[in-house]
Ligand binder design. Sequence first.
Ligand code: ATP
Ligand code: MG
Length: 250
Amino acid sequence: MVDVAEDGYLLETRGLTKRFGGLVAVDGLALSLRRGEIRGVIGPNGSGKTTTVNLLSGLYRADTGEIWLQGERVDRLRPHEITARGVARTFQVPKLFGNMTVLENVLVPALAALARRADRAMPEILERAHRLLEFVTLERLCDAPARQLSGGQGMLAQIARAFMVHPLHLVLMDEPFAGVHPTIRDIIMESIRRMNRDEGITFLVISHEMAELRRLCARVSVMHEGRLIAEGSLEEVANDAGVLEAYLGR
Ligand SMILES: Nc1ncnc2c1ncn2[C@@H]1O[C@H](COP(=O)(O)OP(=O)(O)OP(=O)(O)O)[C@@H](O)[C@H]1O
Ligand SMILES: [Mg+2]
């Protein structure tokens, strides 16, 4: 297996395009993520950020363009095949199985992998699940049905579930900080930092929270009308005339 794409990127898109009827939601996107980076993605409402994550996670199929992951073309793969290649995601509005317990929800990726091939034993899987739940402060709720969680707790459960994907290379997070309590925001920040530092996980974090992105990301990408209009440090893009124009409107 190729460990890293030859040009040194973990993930690369070329000319990625998604249309909904006459609307071009993602328009010729060329995005490159280096292994081990935490990349921020910003952009006004409707600029194509969530659609991009839906394309990268295999939920949507691109009309044209390519997605390369570790030297392999993956834009025709289904969501579970993308997950099996080490890409996990969280949703803008938490998607959990409400009648299952918090622990059961977090176990889903590991159980799905177990059904394919047993690369980890159950005790090891359970140990990691409990450790992750403890880390995101949900351990005391592990036997509660997921429907009892608040929005912020649901986000934490989704994050713990994403970290259960094994092997894990890339986590795509769609607005993890939106509408969550500052305490939970700090736990999310710390979990991203820790997984990046300790396990070398690469992150793509969509957010409108500039303070969080400034602390997390050396580099942010700015989307507008489905296109990448700027890239650089948050300071650099915040002073970019095109970005200001995109946010303020013409
Ligand atoms: N399933 C869909 N069917 C039709 N149009 C869609 C669909 N998903 C997204 N769109 C449209 O595509 C455009 C991009 O939407 P997207 O959700 O990717 O934006 P976003 O950058 O995530 O916005 P926000 O900041 O509000 O979350 C919008 O105009 C949206 O209405
Ligand atoms: Mg969105």
